[in-house]
Write a protein that binds this ligand. Sequence first.
Ligand code: ADP
Ligand code: MG
Length: 230
Amino acid sequence: MTPVIEAVDVSRSFGESGTEVVAVNHVSLSIGAGELLMLMGPSGSGKTTLLAMLGCILRPSSGHIRVQGKEVSTLSSKELARLRAETIGFVFQGFNLLSALTAWENVALVGDFLARHPQNMHSRSVEILENMGLGHRIYHLPEALSAGEKQRVAFARALVNRPRIILADEPTANLDSENRDRVVSLLRQSVKERDVSIIIATHDERILQAADRVIRIEDGQMTDDRKHGP
Ligand code: ADP
Ligand code: MG
């Protein structure tokens, strides 16, 4: 089966040659449908850089990224934007909700960009927020939401276009233990019910038990890749 996303020997450096930082160093990995993968590593190990390359928002210095079998470096920026919007849902570090928009509008925004079924966006957004246990928060602004609720709105937004994969950067970093468990079980549920794949970058060992597979990265290099879970 074609992997959802594949990285082949990707590296990424920042800065000028001589003083450059190698953030990701010759990493290869592929993720299949319905897999929950955790990318573990200490701060500065290259997790965010790797996620950004997998999500096609950052170009590798060398190596290749394939999304659903397509080599992304051959796509025009328009084709890439469409592939990304149709395939990938992002959950950024720190939620990134727009403060002037209500919860459902934050969710609907991404769908409007694709404009496939704009008339359905309200009902789709409401339905997905209800699934996330946020039925009572649909018309609230982000400032009225708790951290856990904001994180769930961010996940609803990532799911609304029915992506094949969700890339989440430290999604539990700002949550208390109750909200952390809730977010993790919502993610597990999405994998099961929607057959979506998820990559979570984290250094939180306490959420590891939810993973199907754990990849460890240190100083930009993959040090371990193993199956996990029941
Ligand atoms: P993590 O997400 O695991 O904390 P990052 O991918 O953010 O790690 O960073 C890996 C390394 O690359 C760090 O040394 C970081 O300082 C460096 N780095 C990341 N992004 C940039 C950038 N835009 N410019 C310069 N250095 C960067
Ligand atoms: Mg990071």
